[in-house]
Design a protein around this ligand. Structure first.
Ligand code: SAH
Length: 402
């Protein structure tokens, strides 16, 4: 069983009309449709071989005749797109994570991203591990037609201690997903992150069930929580809250619009043996919560603001920038003098530079002054090619506010 569903189809032959050789050789993972001379008719997910302007063989990848990304590049030069190459990429992804997550550590992590698409040379394929459960996701029509999830699932069970593989559909799809190996994981799955215990709903939860990308930042919040009162806005299932609680925060307030997420936040808190009276989980709109908190002159020593992406597409950037700025301004209004605020954005369309600028504008609008304690991004299990800054989507800044 091949990892490639379109293995039997003849590869599509494509030619660049622009000189993108350097960029592609440095690892840029995409070829846009207007870089190509012609877009021949072929099924999406077909393998593609790309020649440069001077008719030299340059790259290979998977083809999408309809989307803006005509080719997702899997490699350059003499390599061949076959099962051996893919198995080698899978192995490289495992060894990277083995180096990051020491299973014998006294604060173990067995929930993390194993395959991060382009960042692991596996375009459009994501795999998140939750102890012995794997959740696969395919990003786009070409990856969905290219990747043989049954073969990937089988490989995972043979190579790792995985017993259950679930393919999660995009949030716009009619069904939530399908079981590839084992049963549909209808019960919450338990896993560990830095020695803390969590449950995740792989089927009904957001994304694949948990936001692994904030792991390192959650640890940073934990390090700052001792003796502080904490407000965690857009808390989802209380990731930041549990870290704060486990590191002796005096009290933690979690706010999220999603009721089921707030129920899980309560469970996650209690699962770690934390005192019930030191946590309050409120299912409510965060903007409204902030308004009411400001009217009541409430303040917290440490405030975390981790909203969903306000700019899902490039055309939303202007509006999104204004929304982030307004939200951050409002959040700065409930930070105690000398307190700390963590501001985050997971939108790839908001660059680090733009994020800095809108943070500065928010601090000024809130009539506060701030010093930067740290600027962070996504963790090592979410790698991205150096040549593709667009894939550094997560921004996280820690400020001390006067
Ligand atoms: N900080 C979380 C991840 C947050 S994801 C973690 O570490 O796991 C963004 C969250 O914002 C989602 O849980 C979503 O339900 C919530 N959300 C979206 N719009 C909201 C709103 N207007 N008010 C409060 N929460 C909202």
């Amino acid at each position: 069983m091949s990892f490639i569903l379109t293995e039997q189809l003849a590869p599509v032959r494509l030619k660049l009309v622009r000189d993108r050789t350097r960029m592609l050789k440095q690892g840029y993972p995409w070829i846009y449709r207007d870089w190509l001379k012609e877009l021949p008719a072929a099924p999406p997910g077909s393998r593609a071989v790309v020649w440069d302007k001077d008719d030299k063989l340059l790259a290979f990848g998977m083809y999408d005749p309809a989307g803006p990304l005509a080719v997702r590049v899997c490699g350059v030069d003499g390599e061949k797109l076959n099962d051996d190459l893919i198995a080698a990429r899978f192995e490289a992804a495992i060894s990277l994570r083995r180096g990051v997550f020491d299973q014998f550590s006294d604060a173990p992590t067995n929930g993390y991203r194993l395959f991060n698409g382009e960042g692991d040379g596996l375009p459009g394929l994501t795999c998140d591990l939750y102890a012995d459960h794997a959740v696969l996701k395919l990003d786009g029509d070409a990856p969905a037609a290219f990747w043989n999830v049954d073969a990937v699932g089988k490989w995972l069970t043979e190579r790792l201690a995985v017993t259950n593989v679930f393919l999660k559909h995009r949030s716009t799809a009619e069904t939530r997903g399908r079981a590839v190996i084992g049963d549909v994981p209808t019960e919450p799955v338990e896993f560990m992150e830095n020695g803390l215990r969590f449950i995740a709903n792989l089927v009904d939860g957001q994304k694949t069930g948990f936001f692994f990308d904030q792991r390192d930042n959650r640890r940073r919040i934990g390090e700052l929580a001792n003796g502080r009162s904490v407000l965690n806005l857009f808390a989802y299932t209380g990731g930041f809250s549990v870290y704060a609680g486990a590191n002796s925060a005096t009290h933690v307030t979690s706010v999220d619009l999603a009721k089921p997420a707030m129920e899980d936040a309560r469970k996650n808190w209690l699962m770690n043996g934390l005192p019930e009276d030191r946590h309050q989980a409120i299912a409510m709109d965060a903007f409204q919560f902030l308004e009411e908190a400001r009217a009541a002159k409430r303040e917290w020593d440490l405030v975390v603001v981790d909203p969903p992406s306000f700019a899902p597409a490039a055309r939303h950037v202007e509006k999104a920038t204004a929304s982030y700025q307004a939200l951050f301004t409002s959040a700065l209004g409930v930070v105690a003098a000398g307190g700390i605020v963590a501001l985050s954005s997971c939108s790839s369309h908001i660059s680090s530079e733009m994020f800095f600028e809108l943070t500065e504008a928010a601090v000024s609008k809130a009539r506060r002054r701030a010093t930067v304690l740290g600027v962070y991004g996504q963790p090592a299990d979410h790698p991205f090619p150096l040549a593709c800054r667009e894939l550094q989507y997560l921004k996280f800044i820690l400020l001390q506010v006067r």
